[in-house]
Design a protein around this ligand. Structure first.
Ligand SMILES: Cc1ncc(C[n+]2csc(CCOP(=O)(O)OP(=O)(O)O)c2C)c(N)n1
Ligand code: SF4
Ligand SMILES: [Mg+2]
Length: 247
């Protein structure tokens, strides 16, 4: 019988909806931590959102922060246990709405942690409300006629907010194709390596489908990321070893 190559860190099947991008990000993160020999040294910080479902299924140590505060908690853990690999795992609503201040100040202080932000353009867990990342015209339960950018502002591009700061590593990936998933893995690996060599703050934003709240099939969700979402949120590495790659 074929061997199942599942990382040992994935101790149970995930609890996400079928087709959710969180499951892919979980898998890639588990592979990176194991390949770098960090599985026993990793401490995750999460707060609210569908990502929290991984607390039961992803076998690292976890700290549950209040809504939005995962970065502040991760900073505390890293400062007292600098030998640990400390990461946040958050959705766009949690990290960029109520948690925007904590997310930004960890970057402004160039704290030596790795932030993973799963951008599905919506508040997934609570039923599909508008997030700071929702696209203009995007229909959500709180913008039933489509997001009006004149009223609610333009979508928040967190990499643009951070890329002029003295941070270690910034990248944006997507799980919409196998090729991009491989790049997400490379980005997460580089972010964690940056942290472990004391290279400062690293953040990897990952475009991800929420077929349930987008009310789309998985295929249409992936096509939508490729055809539309990526135009607002371009993919690639933006800061590496503390240097802008596009400067
Ligand atoms: C103090 C507090 N206010 C509001 C909520 C409701 N809440 C739960 S998850 C969430 C945001 C989820 O969106 P996101 O972070 O984008 O994660 P996703 O589920 O989309 O992955 C909110 C506002 C809460 N749990 N606690
Ligand atoms: S609601 Fe959306 S983000 Fe949450 S598990 Fe389902 S597909 Fe994933
Ligand atoms: Mg979200």
């Amino acid at each position: 019988m074929a061997q199942k190559l599942i990382p040992e860190l994935l101790v149970e099947d995930n609890k996400f909806c079928p087709g959710c991008g969180h499951g892919i990000v979980n898998r890639v993160l588990a592979e990176v931590l194991e390949e770098l020999g960090l599985a026993d040294k990793a401490v995750g910080s999460l707060a609210v959102g569908c990502g929290c479902l991984m607390m039961d299924t992803f076998g690292t140590d976890w700290v549950q922060a209040p809504h939005g505060r995962a970065a502040a908690v991760a900073v505390g853990v890293k400062r007292v246990r600098p030998e640990c690999c400390v990461f946040t795992y958050q959705g766009d609503g949690d990290s960029l709405a109520i948690g925007f201040s904590e997310t930004m100040y960890a970057a402004i202080r160039n704290e030596n942690i790795t932030a993973i932000i799963v951008n599905n353009g919506i508040f997934g867990m609570t039923g599909g409300q508008m997030a700071p990342t929702s696209l203009p015209g995007q229909r959500t339960t709180t913008s039933p006629k489509g997001r009006d950018a004149a009223l609610t502002g333009q979508p928040l591009n967190i990499i643009n907010q951070m890329k002029n700061l003295p941070v270690g590593y910034l990248a944006r990936g997507s799980v919409d194709t196998a090729k991009e998933i491989n790049k997400v893995k490379k980005y997460i690996r580089t972010g964690i390596e940056t942290q472990m060599k004391g290279g400062g703050y690293s953040m990897i934003e990952i475009l991800s489908p929420c077929p349930t709240n987008w009310k789309m099939t998985l295929q249409n969700s992936l096509d939508h990321i490729r055809s539309t979402v990526r135009a607002t949120y371009p993919l690639g590495e933006f800061v590496k070893d503390g240097e802008r790659t596009d400067a």
